[in-house]
Design a binder for this molecule. Sequence first.
Ligand SMILES: NC(=O)C1=CN([C@@H]2O[C@H](COP(=O)(O)OP(=O)(O)OC[C@H]3O[C@@H](n4cnc5c(N)ncnc54)[C@H](OP(=O)(O)O)[C@@H]3O)[C@@H](O)[C@H]2O)C=CC1
Ligand SMILES: O=C(O)C1=N[C@H](C(=O)O)C[C@H](O)C1
Length: 268
Amino acid sequence: MQIAIAGASGRMGKTLIEAILNHPGCELAGAFDQTGSPSIGRDAGDFMGISSGVLVTDNTDSALANADVLIDFTRPEGTLHHLALCEKHAVKAVIGTTGFEPKQLEALKKASKKVAMVWSPNMAVGVNATFKLLEVAAKILSQGYDIEVIEAHHSKKVDAPSGTALRMGEVLAKGLGVDLQDVGVFAREGITGERKAGTIGFSTIRGGDIVGDHTVLFAGIGERIEITHKSSSRMTYAQGSIRAAQFLIGHEKGLFDMQDVLGLKTLF
Ligand SMILES: NC(=O)C1=CN([C@@H]2O[C@H](COP(=O)(O)OP(=O)(O)OC[C@H]3O[C@@H](n4cnc5c(N)ncnc54)[C@H](OP(=O)(O)O)[C@@H]3O)[C@@H](O)[C@H]2O)C=CC1
Ligand SMILES: O=C(O)C1=N[C@H](C(=O)O)C[C@H](O)C1
């Protein structure tokens, strides 16, 4: 499978290039970055000290010309632009970007009418297993437990709460039979008053090189339950992305997520 990488010099871009170059079933078809990036013109394997034979370019058309799938972990505006190019070049897309505004999400969904894509805020198998555990836990603990989502990431992350934390909130809300828009509490400061029963709170920590930690706390009277996932390597996201790319072969259009890729929607 021929895979192109957007945001080639980013944290995820580099991890994806490493994963592809080490995967027997994948070839690096192209790697691109924004005009002005110091990576332009360099070999995509430079950061690993190897020659991949693919130069990082800012010419997105040439980077996509021979690709079956684009893997894109960039920023929402970049991703939407790249999806238009995927349609033009008949390339499928695996999207890991987070931080989409509602209007941008609508545009992404519209693009999936023409482009086969997997979009997930977290490609790690363990996180997707955790989503399933949370669905069950929310149903069992729907009465008498206050639910809080706590996430921690590195100091360079630009969006908050993380896409994963928001998806956890959506899964929990679904388990409770409510809409996250109605029950989510995203900030607390000053005289907030007592906690309102049935809300789902979010707390964000940013610091150092934390790859990505998520905890959901169910706080009851006399007991607490915590479900935690901790990432210690970005390679789990990259491996999940390659699985998603393989899943897309055979799909011509439509929006899928990692629950589809891993067959978790029909599990129970
Ligand atoms: N779904 C998942 O499993 C995961 C998702 N993510 C998400 O992936 C995204 C990227 O994360 P990370 O790799 O840490 O970020 P980085 O900032 O390290 O990398 C982002 C890359 O995208 C490029 N870029 C930025 N803006 C644009 C744009 N408008 N158009 C095109 N390219 C652009 C950057 O170029 P430049 O350096 O020139 O700005 C850089 O190469 C985030 O949204 C993050 O939340 C991250 C990990 C896992
Ligand atoms: O920016 C990151 O690093 C991560 N972003 C994703 C998110 O917002 O959930 C996934 C992972 O937590 C790492």
